[in-house]
Design a protein around this ligand. Structure first.
Ligand code: NAD
Ligand code: ZN
Length: 230
């Protein structure tokens, strides 16, 4: 078995596909900060407002195509068999680029969950005809099946991610501010277990100080440089 290479991606990898990040410019919608909308409290206070924001994001994502960085990662997976992606993104662009071994830590924007009967299913309608949308089984209020600030992560995805982080030889961190936990902890766990850390991000993050190699570039250019190092 070849040595395990692990990749953690954040909103920055999809920036070149035109999907706004949460932190940094271009992430604002109607002057609301994502931190004020991506919470259970905000949702139950005003589901219509939160769904309008999700509908806006779903429209952007529906038009977005994977960029060179997503495609290069898909190609690396085909070439290096022991290769996994853990993503904090909810846009599904890794899968659209052809990556198969992807762990979604924060869910997927195309899935919905009923707040009443708890059924979860895919809903691709974009833009939504009715806001907030209602459950097709019981008519209850639907929510996006994503992880909001203050909520716990899907258990299986989290335990798999911890196991991978502890066992990888190389951990590549792309386009994440590293401030959302526990995802932001994974590079530290990998480092403690002896992995080499490579960061691709145009800006400095808390992960930069433990990185063995820092590539201060956008995801696509950074990955082209990384490929040459392999
Ligand atoms: P973040 O918004 O906190 O940070 C984005 C990071 O990407 C920053 O460090 C920034 O310097 C970097 N960046 C910006 N442009 C880049 C580029 N072209 N190439 C490489 N890096 C670039 O994002 P986060 O760390 O992923 O955490 C925010 C949370 O927001 C996550 O939980 C995620 O689920 C969610 N989110 C997802 C999407 C998406 O699915 N595309 C978009 C926005 C937010
Ligand atoms: Zn229901």
């Amino acid at each position: 078995m070849k040595e395990l290479i692990l990749v953690l991606t954040g909103a920055g990898i999809s920036a070149e596909s035109g999907v706004p990040t949460f932190r940094g410019e271009g992430g604002l919608w109607k002057q609301f900060k994502p931190e004020e909308l991506a919470t259970p409290q905000a949702f139950f206070k005003n589901p219509k407002l939160v769904w309008e924001w999700y509908d806006w994001r779903r429209q952007i994502i529906s038009k977005a195509e994977p960029n060179e960085a997503h495609l290069l990662l898909a190609e690396l997976e085909r070439r290096l068999e022991n290769f996994f992606i853990i993503t904090q993104n909810v846009d599904g662009l890794h899968q659209k680029a052809g990556s198969k071994k992807v762990i979604e830590l924060h869910g997927n924007i195309w899935r919905v969950k009923c707040t009443n009967c708890k059924e979860e299913y895919e809903l691709y309608e974009v833009p939504l005809k009715e806001i907030p949308p209602k459950c097709k089984y019981c008519g209850g209020l639907l929510r996006p099946a994503v992880v909001w600030f203050g909520e716990s992560l899907p258990e299986k995805a989290l335990s798999e991610s911890f196991a991978l982080a502890k066992n990888c030889k190389l951990f590549l961190v792309i386009g994440t501010s590293g401030v959302v936990y526990p995802a932001g902890y994974l590079p530290f766990l990998a480092k403690q277990h002896g992995a080499k850390i490579v960061e691709i991000n145009p800006e400095s993050t808390p992960i930069s100080k433990i990185a063995d190699v820092v590539i201060r570039e956008k995801a696509s250019k950074g990955l082209r440089l990384f490929e040459k190092m392999l």
